[in-house]
Design a protein. Structure first.
Length: 569
């Protein structure tokens, strides 16, 4: 009897000790392990900041969407209501879910059967659909909130904005170059789940809220961008051109109001377009042709070597002092033109005679000062520096060709920048497309003021601007005239190699109003078939884009009439 009592006491002591060990010593760690096994973590995606135009019109935004997925290992847990209309298992889940996803029951049933813990059924579901799916209470179905990128204006400014991948990471355009600023920071929601995966009321929960990225306001004007894009696309089709670009710049601030490319794609469906690289107006290079003569005229006038009224005998063909034969674009008899007339008639032979007064180093310095051979610094990825060889590397013909826009290569933005500089009194303002940033709390911070560099004197700029008025009033650019406004500009035609094929680039770049310059507009067309002359195919598009922009900005008509230099003698 005593022995049994001792054994019983030992057993009770052993169990009591074990109980103390489990409850007092191991209890907290076991409880923690049990709770950890019941915890679920849901990743929260930080909302991407918006991209807007200068007036706040949304160009890119993130919208609320939901991804629907299935845990195939839990499908059999669904019990249904026991009727033929709502059986248990995969068939029951498929019958309840298929109408909401717009899917065939049999097809959906095949997708939810398996042994995978996670499989997408549908991405990008609307919030109202997601709410209905959640209300079904299906234990195997997950409804996860995501932020889907949307571009309300489609193709418009698509070449500038770019797009994101399925994970919300910027792949092209501003979406890529500004990704670090636009993207939000992810968070997480941790909660204690019940047997069917539902949150336990009063159970453990913790969360780290996701944060929204910064929003960027562009200098683009959505309406002006749309007009430039529409008119450009129409002329590319009408002229049979392979591609084209149109740029609108505020000459005083350097703000880009429009940057249109004919190959612009819809960021909502970037794979649906066969378009080339984004923003070809800053990436593709071409010889500027006769628009480059503006630099030559600026250089000789700045150096005091010629005046607008100097007289020149201008033949169709001219032989330089090293035996290079230069021709004009079309045959003509010997003409008597002033310096202003040489520019107005876009004479290569006259320009070479005038430019011969510049040393080779002076020619190179002038091209460099106007921005050739260097990136403009615009906040877009993929910008080209263009092509400008060292003066020492110019051969016997190139040193003459550069005087009339050949032997060098530029982007559409670089070419436009030249005219914006002349219009701004000889001061080059760095072109830019970002106006400022808005933080998630609503704080707006404007971008840093654009860099300014004086290229030529104000007097020289005013003189060249007046000479360019003769191009429109009495020269090759008559199709650029806008009723009520004084227009200054230059036509351009050049042979080029674009994408490995030799062709023609026709262009017109101009400034308006010439008496109080506000905007510079360029229209560049590559390989036009209807005409090779910029005055014919590009100038009319310039006129329409510029006229629309003047109206949108509320710029008053010119208050004075032009006093032009004589073009002949």
């Amino acid at each position: 009897m005593v022995f049994l009592t001792v054994v019983l006491l030992l057993v009770v002591t052993l169990f009591a000790g074990r109980l103390v060990y489990v409850q007092a010593l191991r209890g907290p760690s076991l409880a923690e392990a049990a709770r950890e096994s019941r915890l679920s973590t849901v990743a929260l995606i930080g909302t991407r900041g918006q991209i807007t135009d200068r007036d706040g019109v949304v160009l890119a935004t993130s919208v609320e969407r939901y991804d629907i997925s299935v845990n195939q290992t839990q499908v059999d847990e669904y019990r249904g209501d026991g009727t033929d209309a709502d059986p248990s298992g995969a068939l029951g889940v498929a019958r309840r879910l298929a109408p909401l996803l717009g899917m065939d029951v049999a097809v959906l049933g095949g997708q939810i059967v398996g042994d995978s813990g996670f499989k997408y059924l549908r991405k990008g579901v609307l919030p109202e659909v997601a709410r209905e799916i959640r209300a079904l209470g299906l234990p195997c179905i997950n409804v996860d909130k995501v932020a889907e990128r949307a571009y309300p204006n489609g193709v418009n400014a698509g070449n500038v904005i770019g797009f994101v991948n399925s994970n919300g990471q910027g792949l092209e355009g501003l979406e890529m170059s500004l990704d670090d600023e636009l993207k939000g920071l992810p968070g997480k929601d941790v909660y204690e789940r019940g047997a069917k995966g539902q949150p336990v009321p009063g159970g453990y929960s913790d969360d780290e809220p996701a944060t929204t990225g910064r929003s960027v306001r562009l200098t683009l004007d959505n309406d002006i961008q749309w007009k430039a894009q529409s008119l450009l696309d129409a002329q590319v089709d009408a002229s049979g051109a392979s591609s084209g670009s149109a740029v609108v710049i505020n000459v005083k601030t350097g703000e880009i109001l429009a940057l249109a490319d004919s190959d612009s794609r819809d960021p909502n469906n970037p794979g649906d377009s066969a378009g080339g690289s984004l923003a070809s107006s800053i990436s593709d290079v071409f010889e500027p042709g006769s628009t480059g003569k503006v630099i030559t005229m600026s250089a000789v006038i700045e150096a005091g070597l010629v005046t607008p009224t100097d007289q020149w005998t201008v033949p169709y063909a001219y032989t330089t002092d090293n035996g290079q034969v230069i021709h004009d674009s079309h045959e003509h008899g010997t003409e008597k033109l002033t310096t202003a007339g040489v520019l107005a008639e876009s004479s290569n032979t006259g320009t070479v005679q005038i430019g011969s007064k510049l040393t080779v180093d002076q020619r190179h310095a002038a091209l460099t000062a106007f921005g050739f051979g260097s990136k403009t610094g615009v906040e877009l990825p993929g910008e080209s520096s263009g092509l400008l060889a060292d003066a020492d590397d110019w051969d016997g013909r190139t040193k003459w060709n550069v005087l009339f826009g050949q032997g060098v290569a530029v982007t559409a933005l670089q070419a436009t920048q030249v005219f914006a500089t002349i219009a701004n009194g000889g001061v080059r303002v760095q072109p830019h497309i970002i106006e400022g940033w808005t933080d998630p709390d609503g704080t707006y911070t404007p971008a840093e003021e654009a860099a300014r560099t004086r290229v030529v004197s104000e007097a020289t700029a005013d003189t060249v601007l007046s000479m360019m008025e003769s191009v429109v009033d009495d020269g090759t650019g008559s199709n650029a005239a806008i009723p009520g406004y004084r227009v200054a500009g230059k036509t351009g035609t050049a042979q080029n190699w674009m994408h490995g094929v030799q062709g023609i680039t026709a262009s017109f770049i101009g400034v308006v109003p010439a008496d109080d310059p506000q905007i510079a507009v360029s229209v560049i067309l590559h390989e036009p078939k209807s005409s090779i002359y910029g005055g014919t195919v590009a100038a009319p598009v310039f006129r329409d884009i510029a006229a629309y922009t003047l109206s949108e900005l509320g710029i008053a008509p010119s208050g004075t009439k032009a006093t032009l230099y004589p073009t002949t003698w």
